[in-house]
Design a binder for this molecule. Structure first.
Ligand SMILES: [Zn+2]
Length: 446
C-alpha cells in the first residue's frame, strides 16, 4: 500500500497545522477536508486489499508530525492546582476480566503495565475525580444477566474503595468531589454504562442510584426496548414513551443522563425531555472525525442550550480521522457481507481479516486537542470536558497512553493559546457545574 501510505502521509503533514492558530507557512486543512482525504486514502487501501495486491505487512503507517508536547513548569503547576474530573474509565471491567473480580489478584497500588490505570499513574496524572464505569455488555440483556453483572461491577468499585481508602473515596455529590479532592484523595463516582442494566425497571434504576450510581449512559452499542443506540438499528426514532420516563426519573433522582453511545435522534429526543443538564461521559466530535460514536455538530448548540458537557474520548478510532474512516469502512463491509454470507462467524472472520490488513492509526495527543478545540468553538468553553475511556479501548494516541498523561493536555491547551480559566473549566469545573445543576433539579422535584 505504498500509494495509500504516501497519501496518508500527506494528510498527516496537512494536520501539522494547529486548527486554532495555523503556524506560518502552514496551509490549514479543515478537519472535514482532512477526514475526506484520509477516507480517499483508506478507500484506495481497501480496494488494494480486496484485489489482493497489497501485502498485509505493507499497511499504512501514517504519523502525525506535529511536535511532541513538552511539559513546562507553568503547565505542571496549573495542572496541580486545577480539578481534573475524568468522565469514563473502564478499570472495573478489566478487574473482572483479568483478575476474577478481585484486587487480590491484581494490586493497582503497584504499577500494572498491562493496564492504562493504576494508583501511581493516577497520582502522576493529577486525577481529582473519576467516574468509574460499571459497564456490562449489551448481550447480557439477552442472557438475562445484565442486572446481576452490573451489581457485581458496582461491588468491584466498592471493593476498590475499601481496599485503598488512602487513595479513593466514594463521591455522591459535587460537594463530595470538592471535599475529597481537598483531602488529597481521588473522588470516585460510579457510572452505569448502558440502560440495559436496569432491565426495563424504574425501581432497579432507583436502586442503582442508591448504590452510588451518578450517571447512566442510556444505551451501550445495542438498541434497547426504549432507546436507539448509535451503533445499532434505530427502531424508536429516539426514545420510546418509557425512555422519556427513564429520563424524567433520572432527573428526579439527580442521576446524570449520559448521551454517549446513543443515536443522534436519541440525543435530540433526550435533550427535549430532560430538565437537568446532561453529559456525554466519553464522546468526541463528528466534525473532526466522522464516526457514529461521535457527536454531530448540529447537536452541539442544543447541548450548550441545555447547559451540559461533552467529555472528550481518547480512543484512536474515534479521534483520528483516518482511523474513524477505517472503522466506518469495516462496518460497511460487515453490512455487505451479512447479505452475502449466512454464517455470522464467517462474516466476523472476514471483517477481522480486513481489519488486520488495514490497521488503525493511533494518532497523537494533537488529535484529541483538535477535538477539544472544535468543541470549544461549536459548543463553547463551558460545555467541554475530559472522558478518556482508559482501560476500555485497545488503542490510544501517542502521548496519551495512560492516566499519567493528563498534564500534557493542560500543556497542549496552553500551547494553543487557551487561558487558564478555560483550561480549568474543560479539565473539570464544567462537569462539576453540571452535577450541581442535576442536583438542583432533583431537589426541586423531591
Ligand atoms: Zn463506552
Amino acid at each position: 500500500m505504498i500509494a495509500s501510505r504516501r497519501l496518508l502521509r500527506r494528510v498527516a503533514i496537512g494536520s501539522r497545522c494547529p486548527l486554532a492558530r495555523p503556524a506560518a507557512g502552514c496551509v490549514a486543512l479543515s478537519p472535514s477536508i482532512r477526514g475526506l482525504l484520509a477516507m480517499v486514502g483508506l478507500a484506495f487501501a481497501a480496494s488494494l486489499a480486496v484485489n489482493g495486491s497489497a501485502p498485509a505487512q505493507d499497511a499504512p503507517a501514517a504519523t502525525d508530525r506535529r511536535e511532541k508536547i513538552v511539559l513546562s513548569d507553568r503547565a505542571a503547576a496549573l495542572h496541580r492546582s486545577l480539578l481534573l474530573v475524568d468522565g469514563h474509565n473502564d478499570l472495573p471491567w478489566e478487574i473482572r476480566k483479568r483478575a476474577s473480580r478481585s484486587f487480590d489478584n491484581l494490586d493497582i497500588a503497584l504499577s500494572q503495565s498491562d493496564l492504562q490505570t493504576d494508583i501511581p499513574r493516577l497520582r502522576q496524572g493529577g486525577v481529582g475525580a473519576q467516574f468509574w464505569s460499571v459497564y456490562v455488555p449489551g448481550e447480557t440483556m439477552r442472557e438475562g444477566t445484565a442486572l446481576a453483572q452490573t451489581l457485581e461491577q458496582i461491588e468491584i468499585v466498592h471493593q476498590m474503595l475499601r481496599r485503598y481508602p488512602e487513595t479513593f473515596e466514594l463521591a455522591l455529590t459535587a460537594d463530595d468531589i470538592v471535599r475529597i479532592r481537598a483531602a488529597g484523595k481521588i473522588a470516585s463516582l460510579i457510572g452505569v454504562e448502558g440502560g440495559h442494566s436496569i432491565e426495563n425497571s424504574l425501581n432497579v434504576l432507583r436502586q442503582l442510584h442508591r448504590l452510588g450510581a451518578r450517571y447512566m449512559t442510556l444505551t451501550h452499542n445495542v438498541t434497547l426496548d426504549w432507546a436507539d443506540a448509535a451503533n445499532d438499528k434505530a427502531v424508536h426514532g429516539g426514545l420510546s414513551p418509557f425512555g422519556e420516563e427513564v429520563i424524567r426519573e433520572m432527573n428526579r433522582l439527580g442521576m446524570l443522563v449520559d448521551l454517549s453511545h446513543v443515536s443522534p435522534d436519541t440525543m435530540r429526543h433526550a435533550l427535549r425531555v430532560t430538565e437537568a443538564p446532561v453529559i456525554y461521559s466519553h464522546s468526541s466530535a463528528r466534525g473532526v472525525a466522522d464516526h457514529p460514536r461521535n457527536v454531530p455538530d448540529d447537536i452541539l448548540p442544543l447541548l450548550a442550550q441545555n447547559g451540559g458537557v461533552i467529555m472528550v474520548n481518547f480512543y484512536s478510532s474515534f479521534v483520528v480521522p483516518a482511523s474513524a474512516a477505517r472503522d466506518a469502512e469495516a462496518a460497511r463491509l460487515r453490512d455487505r457481507l451479512k447479505l452475502e454470507l449466512a454464517d455470522d462467524a464467517a462474516v466476523e472472520a472476514a471483517v477481522q481479516k480486513w481489519k488486520r490488513q488495514n490497521p488503525a492509526v493511533p494518532g497523537t495527543i494533537h488529535d484529541v486537542l483538535d477535538h477539544i478545540d472544535h468543541l470549544i468553538l461549536h459548543a463553547g468553553p463551558d460545555h467541554v470536558g475530559i472522558g478518556s475511556d482508559f482501560d476500555g479501548v485497545p488503542m490510544v494516541p501517542d502521548q496519551l497512553e495512560d492516566v499519567s498523561t493528563y498534564p500534557l493536555i493542560t500543556q497542549g491547551l496552553l500551547d494553543r493559546g487557551h487561558d487558564e480559566t478555560v483550561i480549568r473549566k474543560v479539565m473539570g469545573e464544567n462537569v462539576l457545574r453540571v452535577l450541581r445543576g442535576a442536583e438542583a433539579v432533583a431537589a426541586r422535584n423531591r
